[in-house]
Design a protein around this ligand. Structure first.
Ligand code: GLU
Length: 327
């Protein structure tokens, strides 16, 4: 009896040791990689998901497990990547430029030397939507209204401020400015708690679908004086937002004039080459499958994904681009 107990205990102990060691081995092999995105009704969040889906298929080969985090947007992502809190982040091309140069949100911190570019993704436009009952037909009409200019940490807040300034409005004095996260704005327009909202996002997005499909009618407002913006800021480009994506919007025009930027995928110089290489390789080697994961990627080409970047390429990404002749 005693013998049997001793034997069982020994066996159990051995089993525990065995399980323990395999878990440790498995853990040692798996590197967890986190991608910072944006609000869940934007395009960054599904983009993080698309990258993770492609990369996680090769989990056994690379030992990389990608996870996605919903965040406050571009500025938050860049800062979190540089602080080592996130491994990768999606950020607007204008925000990448500003971080590299040490301007705008990085004026006090100076140039962010560790920021690295991996690739760029879809185009984003800067848009203003307003409730039809608020009688807003241009940025000038925002005077005295309740307007979301975006949360601190978002990329689009500065785009809103630039568009307002180009049209002679000061967000601090001319209207009631809200600093809400994008995900909250469509619901608040529908609840008549705000009249208008800015956002910078790829299309189609859940955000505008939500904002334009409620009982309060909502329309896109053209952004004027884009020439002034283009003359002043090197990172903006003329753009148009296609209304076919949002049949619920109260617009009759086919497209609304505005300006835009690109979504980009960034990391830190401190992230190991082999991880950046693996992610770059999987996205590019599976480019056609990747493109199918969101309609905002329709116009993407491999070459276009190497443009719109201001930070130096991460060596892990560069290794892949050289291998396949993209660089
Ligand atoms: N461009 C937005 C920002 O950085 C996020 C858009 C999105 O989540 O798709 O604030």
């Amino acid at each position: 009896m005693k013998k049997a107990i001793v034997l069982t205990t020994a066996l159990l102990f051995g089993l525990v040791l065995f399980i323990g060691s395999t878990t440790t081995q498995a853990q040692a092999k798996t590197t967890f990689v986190t991608i910072g995105t944006g609000g869940i009704t934007g395009v960054y969040y599904p983009t993080g998901g698309a990258i993770a889906k492609i990369v996680n298929k090769k989990r056994k080969e690379y030992g990389i497990r990608c996870t996605v985090e919903s965040t406050g947007g571009s500025v938050f992502n860049i800062n979190a990547v540089l602080a080592g809190d996130l491994d990768f982040g999606i950020a607007q091309s204008d925000r990448q430029y500003q971080a590299v140069k040490g301007i705008a949100d990085w004026k006090d911190k100076g140039p962010q030397k560790d920021l690295r570019a991996v690739f760029s993704i879809h185009a984003e436009t800067v848009d203003l939507i307003a409730a039809v009952d608020a009688n807003i037909n241009s940025i000038a009409d925002l005077k005295g209204k309740r307007v979301n200019i975006g949360n601190i940490g978002s990329g689009y807040r500065q785009n809103a401020i630039d568009a307002l300034e180009a049209n002679g409005l000061n967000w601090k004095t001319d209207f009631h400015a809200e600093s809400l996260k994008a995900a909250e704005a469509p619901g608040l327009i529908q609840d008549n708690r705000i009249d208008a909202a800015f956002y910078t996002v790829g299309h189609p997005s859940g955000y505008y679908k939500e904002a334009t499909s409620g009982t309060r009618k909502v329309k896109f407002i053209p952004i004027l004086n884009i020439d002034g913006l283009l003359a002043k800021y090197p990172y903006y480009a003329r753009a148009a937002t296609l209304m076919k994506n949002y049949p619920g919007a109260a617009n009759t025009e086919e497209s609304i004039p505005t300006f835009g930027v690109k979504a980009t995928f960034v990391t830190s110089a401190k992230v190991p080459d082999k991880i950046v290489y693996a992610i770059t390789k999987e996205v590019f080697d599976n480019f056609e499958a990747f493109k199918k994961l969101h309609p905002a990627y329709a116009g993407l080409t491999k070459k276009s994904m190497l443009t719109g970047l201001s930070a130096p390429f991460h060596p892990g990404a560069m290794k892949y681009y050289k291998e396949v002749g993209l660089k």
